[in-house]
Write a protein that binds this ligand. Sequence first.
Ligand code: NAP
Length: 294
Amino acid sequence: MYTLIDGKKTSAEIREEIRREVAEIRRQGGKAPHLAAILVGHDGASETYVAAKEKACREVGFDSTVIRLEEDVTQEELLDHVRHINEDPAVDGLIVQLPLPAHLDEQQVIETIRPEKDVDGFHPVNVGRMTIGLPAFISATPAGILELLRRYKVETGGKHCVVIGRSNIVGKPVSILLSRKEEPGNCTVTLCHSRTHDLTAFTRQADIIIAALGKARFLTGEMVKEGVTVIDVGITRVRSDKTRSGWKLYGDVDFETVAPKSRFITPVPGGVGPMTIVSLLRNTLLSAQKVIYP
Ligand code: NAP
């Protein structure tokens, strides 16, 4: 019988913990953490993500600011906004909602955010510090995965973890974090991708599988061994005539065939997804408390 790793419940608990910490900071006369977001253009998904982040800030008592810039903003104008927020002592964390319109240089924008305010953890300084085990802002999805493993007391030390997908925002950082000399961590990690030959030979050996490739129901029961722990990061929207919206969300894991062989497994939706915003809130709180960069 498997244990369902409930990201919705866990994220609600963490939100409540953060809300209490903020209330305590305020009670002692301190200032609430402040998250600023830059949103360029009117992409529907980006608008939704930023609105969700604003709402989450309100719920835990953070201050938040959203800077909305037109689709045709120039690189220099955008960088000026970033530099301005970098220098604003009232703001603890800054995120620039990605993706940016094609004429803008995302990497330059990321590298202009001061690492001390980079609560998305995308700046190369934070990525580098994470890699060598120094305090760093860890990006939201990998941090959320780690927190789920921690809270569900999934044993990771000495286990073989197979990560499928090597993106800079999920696969690569999670593979580094799980190989670090700490808990959760101390795994033997195999990082697989689209050029991996005979992926099933790896997944069948895995004690832990992190599926982050973005292919609906890719990992099936015959690809895993009994007792495996499965973290499903994928989110793919598939047309459906069974839902009111006309869409259904699928993870990278075929839950029906994989769950019966699993020890722990995350659902989609309600697994890793809800953890990302709380990880961002946690980073903003850490920034306000000057924990990472004293
Ligand atoms: P991505 O940039 O889309 O890259 C996908 C990765 O999977 C690549 O490394 C690719 O290999 C690999 N891959 C593709 N097909 C494969 C196959 N058949 N076998 C093995 N590897 C394969 O990845 P991402 O941005 O990390 O997103 C992955 C999924 O996670 C998406 O569904 C995304 O929506 C979801 N996601 C969810 C959250 C959340 O909060 N839950 C957050 C971020 C992303 P190559 O490198 O060789 O191309």
